[in-house]
Ligand binder design. Structure first.
Ligand code: BGC
Length: 432
């Protein structure tokens, strides 16, 4: 039975998958790869404690800890290394994406390849991404170009990265180069991925490089990122007015634990403002669509972050409780606030045995259909991710791919059953 009712979706709806350079390419040399090598042993040693503090608090340990333990305590798990060799196998991967009837792909440029040394452009890398875009288009896949997905060249990180306002000129020079090189080849550009998540984990909780735990640094970086987006928008539009530009914001469906409790409601409204709206409000005039990544429904009880009491819900392998239908109220809220086209730039789950991915996709399609029925101008959906990939500080064991990659056996790609199911749903959709 088809879950997907094509008639409810606009013509040219973007059905895509997302990825990011550092997580798949292999051989990237940037601030993250340096940090991984320095911290792999430590990350492995404290894996269990770190992971159990990250999971939904009613669980005492990761649902699949026994299965993944061997990987989680192995330092190699925390090194991106050869990635899934996507830098070399991109054509094969695009063939697979096309066979799934996907008509769009969001990918990020690896700044550290394009400008490995300050002020010196690497023509080989520049040509690579020209070819990358051409190969996507050849297969009827619309490229969505993401300029920055967290990793940065070592020279830029050593100058203090995005914390220093005087460093932003280097970012703008990079954006100008991107505008000149690729601006006429693509229609959709994302400037930044999840500024809120990056700033929180890298500068507030100190989990990610550069591991600062400073409220002041947090505010500076967050504020600088608003500048970066706005200025990048101007640079890109000046060179290529046709571009449709946004960010990939991390938005949660933030809800009150006790919907009639005034204190819970106040906390909820504050969190919605702080986590969801603050950044995109600052760039209201500089976005052609609202792009957002949806993974979480977060419940707030006054004074604390919470979850449903006894969630009748499955958990992902990372211990995140899964509420795909939370996308619907979130879509309504985003539409209500901004009234411009919306693209879901990421959405998915870590599920190595593919137990819940099809269900997640079914519920997500339903949520999108309901929102479209209410007049929400939704233009696209990108699943995270096309391939299994390197999940930042948790490394290789979390499996987010529509396509499984066996790194132990020649990087063999295998389409997961849920992805086959999705492909059946999309079989007769139009390409844009
Ligand atoms: C990020 C991805 C990440 C995914 C799953 C998103 O927050 O943009 O890079 O792999 O979530 O955690």
């Amino acid at each position: 039975m088809k879950a997907y009712n094509k008639k409810l979706f606009p013509k040219n709806f973007l059905w895509g998958a997302s990825s990011s350079s550092h997580q798949v390419e292999g051989g990237t040399i940037n601030d993250w790869s340096v940090w991984e090598l320095a911290h792999a042993t430590d990350l492995a040693k404290h894996a269990q404690t770190r992971l159990s503090s990250a999971v939904y608090h009613h669980l005492t340990k990761l649902p699949i800890w026994d299965d993944i333990k061997q990987n989680a305590i192995d330092p190699n798990n925390y090194v991106s290394g050869q990635g899934v060799d996507h830098y070399r196998r991109y054509k094969e991967d695009f063939d697979l994406a096309a066979s799934l009837h996907l008509n769009a792909l969001r990918f990020s440029l690896e700044w550290s390849r394009i400008e490995p040394v300050e002020g010196e452009w690497n023509q080989e890398a520049i040509d690579h991404y020209h070819d990358y875009i051409a190969e996507l288009k050849k297969r009827g896949i619309t490229p969505m170009l993401n300029i920055w997905h967290w990793a940065m060249p070592i020279w830029f990180a050593e100058k203090g990265g995005l914390k220093k306002r005087r460093n932003l000129k280097y970012f703008y020079r990079f954006v100008q180069k991107i505008a000149d090189e690729y601006g006429h080849e693509v229609k959709y550009v994302i400037t930044l991925n999840e500024p809120n998540v990056y700033t929180t984990l890298s500068y507030l909780t100190g989990e990610w490089p550069p591991q600062e735990k400073s409220g002041i640094a947090f505010i500076r970086v967050y504020w600088n990122l608003t500048r970066v987006h706005r200025q990048s928008y101007r640079i890109l539009k000046r060179a290529n007015p046709h571009l449709q530009i946004g960010i990939a914001a991390q938005l949660a469906n933030i809800a009150s634990k006790r919907p009639h409790n005034l204190m819970d409601v106040i906390q909820t409204e504050w969190m919605r403002y702080f986590w969801n709206w603050w950044f995109i409000r600052r760039m209201r005039k500089e976005q052609d669509f609202v792009g957002f990544n949806y993974y979480f429904t977060d419940y707030y009880r006054f004074g604390k972050f919470d979850g449903p009491d006894d969630p009748p819900l499955p958990f992902s392998d990372l211990g995140w409780y899964l509420e795909p239908e939370g996308l619907y109220p979130l879509l309504l809220r985003v539409w209500d606030h901004y009234k411009i086209p919306i693209i879901i730039t990421e959405n998915g789950l870590a599920d190595q045995n593919d137990n819940y991915r099809q269900w997640w996709l079914e519920q997500t399609i339903l949520a999108m259909e309901k929102a479209l029925g209410e007049g929400v101008d939704l233009r696209g959906y990108f699943h995270w991710s096309l391939l299994d990939n390197f999940e930042w500080s948790t490394g290789w064991w979390p499996k987010f791919g529509l396509i499984e990659v066996d790194r132990e056996h020649g990087m063999k790609r295998t389409i997961r059953p849920s992805a086959r199911w999705l492909a059946e749903q999309l079989a007769d959709t139009d390409s844009p």
